[in-house]
Design a protein around this ligand. Sequence first.
Ligand SMILES: [Zn+2]
Length: 314
Amino acid sequence: MLLQVARKKTLHNLVNKIKFGKLKGGDFGRAVLCYVAPIVMKQKEKNIQLSFSKAGHFWLDSGLVGLKKILDEMEKEVNFKQKDNEFILEGSREAVQRALEQAYDILVERYYNISTKKQREDTRAYNFYYDSKKDRFYSFPKKKSCGIAEIIYNKAPRPTGTSVKWAYKSDKKVEFEYNGKKIKRTLVRLPESHAHLQERMDDFLNENELDITTSGLLVDGPYAVKPKVNIKVGSEPKKVKGHCYFCGHPSDTFEEATQTTFPLITGTSGVLSFNSMAQKPEKVCWKCFFLGKFVPVNGFYYTSGDDIFTFFPY
Ligand SMILES: [Zn+2]
C-alpha cells in the first residue's frame, strides 16, 4: 500500500517536471522504478505448500491416486513431490490454483463431458453457441458422463457461458426453403440486444441443418457435464468452523457432501431419511469434495447385462 502511494507521488512529480521542462538525468531511473517495482513485487510473492494426504478411505484415496495420475502427466508451473502418505504442490498461490483447475478440466473432458460415437456422428442433433470474442457460431455434439462418472454424476449438461432467452420461439417445426433446400425446424427470434446476429444465426442453422433445442442462445460456451467444485487454494483457515466429516481436518468453509464426494452418501437433493434421524447431510472440506470426483481416473468397471461391476484400487 505504502509503495503504491509512493509510486503515485513519484509519477505525479515526474509528470509535473515534464510539463514544466525540469526533467533531470536521475529522473529517468525513478521513472523506470515506477514501472519495474510492481514486477519485482510480484516475483517476491511467497510460495505456498498445499498437501493432499491419504485418508484411509477407499473412495477418497482412489480419488487421490486419480488426481496424482493427472498431475503427473501435466505440464505445470508448480513443484510436485510425494512424501510418505501425502503429496505436496508448491508454488505461488495462483500457480497452485491454476494447476488444480487445469487438472479438473482434464478430468471433466475425459470422463464426465464426453460424447458417444453415435452422438458425435449425429451432426444434425448437435447444439450450438455463439462466441462473442471470435464473433462466430460453433456447433457441438451432445454430451454425457460415462462409466463410474455416470454412476456418481448422471446429470444433464448445463451452460458453461451465459444464455440469452429467445424473444420468440415457434410451437412447432416450420417448413421452408433455403438455397433450394427444404428445411424443417423450430423458428426463433433473438431479443433486441442480439438482433444483429439473427441473420447469421439463421444461415448457420440452415447450413448445418440444426434445430433449436434450448430456451435461449448459448453465448461464450457450450453445454457441458461438469460437477461443481470449489477449488480454494489459500492460507490456513482464518476461523475454524468445524472439522471435515471425511478427513477430520479443520476448515473455515464447508461443502455439503454429495454423491460425487462419496456415492454412499446423499446431499439435500437426495433422500434425507438416509441420514440418521433425517438430519442434514454431512459437511466436508473443499479438498475431499474435490478428490471424490477423480475416482473415475483410477477406478475401472465392466458391465454384464444390467449390472455394472466397479473396482477402486488405491
Ligand atoms: Zn476433508
